[in-house]
Each structure stands twice: as structure tokens, then as C-alpha cells.
Write a protein that binds this ligand. Structure first.
Ligand code: SDX
Length: 403
């Protein structure tokens, strides 16, 4: 079933603004995003692991290809025991995104074959089976270890021993196992939560040239190893305007408190005293198609976990913003980052939410990186120019005479 397409038709939650957009289908630019095949309210669900293969290699895997991919990724999910003291060097309350960002760069110190410029090796070149095999190995390692590094960061917070990745579980199952395992021999993650996380991982896997993907490419264009490039992307994603927004949304809802406080908050946003996290997007100007799948996934998770008490406030905020001229005029609609309500219901610590964005986004970053490394004509360093608009000629003033 790992490579099976499971088609679920999810009736879109429509409001008057989406009515016209949905019926016309997504605009061409929206269809450019590979991670959600939302076609005229039909959502075709691709299993997250097969979806990862699709993003990186451009087509869904055959059974044999998927078998190799899954085995390699899970095989490389183990992190060297040497990393334990590195993780223990962080304070128990260090932000997990800071730990994971550092750990990704740390991994790069292991795998020197990933740094062709250091090894004097030829770059990853099309047709050169050996160099492509080396590239694939870095891809398997980074995807496999992303969950383990995240789980280790989580265990630092808990003050617990690290858990060796188990065998025989799915990617998200292994992740949940490593975080929640407290020594029981028969522990198995809840299958509904495992699948919900798989869906959310797929939704977050890639999103065209967002800030963090651009950072990975900008960094990778200097031919540094992929671990360092991915670490740079992770640092970019950490920000509250980007992947850190799923944490910021919950902090915002907590600060608002009860639904009756929403109108005052909306007014503060309109006065630019507050930011409405979870709303707006540089590209989506009608609605973020992922938000519909987030909502459907939330319904499934809340059946297991019970509803989050912040849900009422979130719904009141959504309703108020979607009717308010200030937001309509600026084309602000909910984006993917209300998924924090699901993570909170699943019991993840609040500052762990951006890590739950970074883990799946490693796949999208690697897809972009691989494409750049194999582009025709080889890799060109990204070097934007600036137009200088500062002061023209000025006389030198000795420091003692400067005010
Ligand atoms: C992600 O790029 C991607 O694909 C990113 C992402 C991915 O998968 O990689 O989709 C993931 O990062 C989603 C976005 C998560 N961030 C947030 O939820 C933080 C809150 N959102 C805003 O900070 C903002 O909407 C951004 C950063 C997402 C987009 O910023 P832009 O493109 O600069 O916003 P804009 O140009 O569309 O803004 C138009 C107007 C401006 O007002 P005016 O100056 O014209 O009067 O809308 C205002 C903005 O100030 N505005 C907001 C707002 N977002 C934009 N006002 C209040 N609250 C907001 N959330």
C-alpha cells in the first residue's frame, strides 16, 4: 500500500470568496505547486514516502524503486553515536530548531565524500553512475536522519535517552516511535496520528522557491556539501514569517485567549500593532489549497485527541478576518500554518512545531538542490547585484570631528 494512490474526495469548505476560484479550479500559478494535487475539489492522496520520491526524482517509483528508496532512507536514519554528546551540549530548553539546524551542519562534518571540492572529486554529473550514487546516498542520509535529529532534539528537551530508529515502521511511525518511546516493548504509534502526520509531511514537503528553498540553492551554488546547504535552509525556515509561523499562530491564539477578544485583536492588526500569523502569502492571493487539507486532517485528529480549546478562537479569528475589508482588500487568507492546532492536539511542545515543518521540507530542499547540481552547463554560483543609491562623493572627516 506504500505506493498506492488513495483517492479521497474531500468536499472543499467553500466560502463566497473561494466559490468563484474553486469552481474555476486553481489558477495556473497555483497548479505549479507539486505537493498538493488539488484538482476541482478532488484531493488525490499520495503516500508521503512515495511523494518524497516523486518530488526528488520526478515520477512515482516502481515497486522495485520504492523498495530501494524506502530501505535506503530507513537504513540511513541511524545517527552515529558520536552525535550524542553534541546534542547533550545544548541546554535542556534550547529551541529545537536551533538544535536541528546545528545538527544538520554537524552531519556535514562526517560525510566528506559529500563535499566534492574538498575531496577533489568530480562534481555530481549526469551519466556518471558513481557520482550519482554518491549524490543519492547524501539524499537518503538527509531524509533518513531528519526525523532522528528531530527526535533527538525532542529528547534533549525531555532529558531522556535517545532512541535508535526502529525497523519495520513507516517514516512517520519511526519518527513518533523515537519521540514517544519510553521503554515499552510493544509501543506502536497511533495509526490515525501516524497517517495524519504523513499527510501533513506531504503538504509541507515542497513549495516552489520559498525563502528557505532559495536559501538552500543560494548556499548550495557555492558547491558546499548538501548538509551545510540544508542547514542554511533550516535556519531560514526558522523565522516567524516562514516556517516559524506555525508556532507563532499558537502563541497568537494563546495571547488572544477567548473568542470574544478577537475583535480587539483584529483592530490591533489593522493598526499594525500585531501580525495575524497564519494569514497571508506572497503567492496565494485567494486561499492556500493546503489549508483545506489541514482542516480535513484536523477533523480526523480531533476525533482521537479531542478538540483543542483554542479552536473556537481560531474559527472566530478566521471568520472575522475573512469578512473584514482590511484583509479582503489585501487578499489575506489562511495559509498552511494553522496546522499548529493539530500538532498541539497531538501533544508536541509548541517550539517543536517549526521542526515539524523542517523535517518534511528537507525533501523539497533536496529536490531543488539535486536539480541545480544536475542542471545543464553545471552549477553557477548565485551572485545577485545591487544598485548603489547611497551618498555620492563625501569629504573625509577625522573621527575627532565627527558628531
Ligand atoms: C510559509 O513562500 C512560501 O511558499 C512559504 C510557505 C512554504 O510552504 O514554504 O508557504 C510557508 O512561510 C507560509 C507563510 C507563513 N507566515 C505567516 O503566516 C506569517 C504572517 N504572514 C505575513 O507575515 C505575510 O503574509 C507573509 C510573510 C506570509 C507574506 O508577506 P508579503 O508577501 O510581504 O505580504 P504582502 O505583500 O502580500 O502584504 C500585502 C499587505 C501589506 O499591507 P500594506 O503594506 O499593503 O498596507 O498585507 C499586509 C502587509 O502588511 N499583510 C498582513 C499580513 N500579511 C500581509 N497584515 C496583517 N497580517 C498578516 N498576516
Amino acid at each position: 500500500s506504500a505506493t498506492a494512490f488513495k483517492a479521497i474526495s474531500a468536499p472543499r469548505v467553500k466560502n463566497e470568496r473561494e466559490e468563484n476560484e474553486t469552481d474555476k479550479g486553481l489558477r495556473v500559478q497555483d497548479k505549479g505547486f507539486l505537493n498538493t494535487a488539488v484538482i476541482r475539489s478532488e484531493i488525490t492522496y499520495i503516500d508521503g514516502e512515495a511523494g518524497a520520491y516523486l518530488l526528488i526524482y520526478g515520477s512515482l517509483p516502481s515497486a522495485a524503486q520504492f523498495d530501494v528508496f524506502q530501505k535506503e532512507v530507513m537504513h540511513h536514519s541511524v545517527v552515529h553515536a558520536d552525535a550524542a554528546p553534541f546534542f547533550r551540549s545544548f541546554r535542556y530548553d534550547a529551541h529545537p530548531m536551533a538544535i536541528v539546524t546545528s545538527a544538520l551542519a554537524y552531519l556535514g562534518s562526517y560525510y566528506s565524500e559529500a563535499n566534492p571540492s574538498l575531496q577533489g572529486q568530480t562534481l555530481f554529473t549526469k551519466g556518471d553512475e558513481n557520482s550519482l550514487a554518491i549524490m543519492d546516498k547524501q539524499i537518503y542520509r538527509l531524509i533518513g536522519k531528519a526525523t532522528t535529529l528531530a527526535a533527538m532534539a525532542y529528547r534533549v528537551r525531555q532529558g531522556r535517552d535517545f532512541v535508535t530508529p526502529p525497523t519495520g515502521l513507516s517514516y512517520t511511525g519511526s519518527f513518533l516511535y523515537q519521540m514517544d518511546h519510553l521503554g515499552e516493548d510493544d509501543y506502536r504509534p497511533n495509526p490515525v496520528l501516524e497517517k495524519a502526520l504523513d499527510t501533513l509531511f506531504l503538504l509541507h514537503a515542497d513549495h516552489e522557491l520559498n525563502a528557505s528553498a532559495t536559501t538552500v540553492l543560494q548556499t548550495g551554488s557555492s558547491l558546499v556539501d548538501p548538509y551545510s546547504a540544508i542547514a542554511a535552509g533550516c535556519a531560514s525556515l526558522y523565522g516567524p514569517l516562514h516556517g516559524g509561523a506555525n508556532e507563532a499562530v499558537i502563541r497568537m491564539l494563546i495571547s488572544i485567549g477567548k473568542p470574544e477578544n478577537v475583535p480587539a485583536f483584529i483592530e490591533a492588526v489593522k493598526k499594525r500593532e500585531k501580525v495575524l500569523s497564519g494569514f497571508g502569502h506572497r503567492v496565494y492571493k485567494t486561499s492556500d489549497p493546503r489549508s483545506f487539507i489541514v482542516r480535513k486532517t484536523a477533523d480526523e485528529v480531533f476525533k482521537i485527541t479531542g478538540k483543542d480549546e483554542l479552536l473556537e478562537t481560531a474559527m472566530a479569528l478566521h471568520e472575522a478576518a475573512m469578512k473584514d475589508e482590511y484583509f479582503i482588500k489585501r487578499k489575506l487568507a489562511p495559509n498552511v500554518d494553522f496546522c499548529g492546532l493539530i500538532y498541539r492536539a497531538m501533544g508536541f511542545p509548541l517550539d517543536f512545531f517549526p521542526v515539524l515543518f523542517a523535517v518534511p521540507r528537507v525533501v523539497g530542499w533536496l529536490a531543488h538542490w539535486r536539480q541545480m547540481m544536475l542542471q545543464d552547463g553545471g552549477v553557477k554560483i548565485w551572485r545577485p547585484r545591487q544598485l548603489y543609491v547611497g551618498a555620492s562623493k563625501r569629504d573625509y572627516v577625522p573621527v575627532g570631528e565627527r558628531v
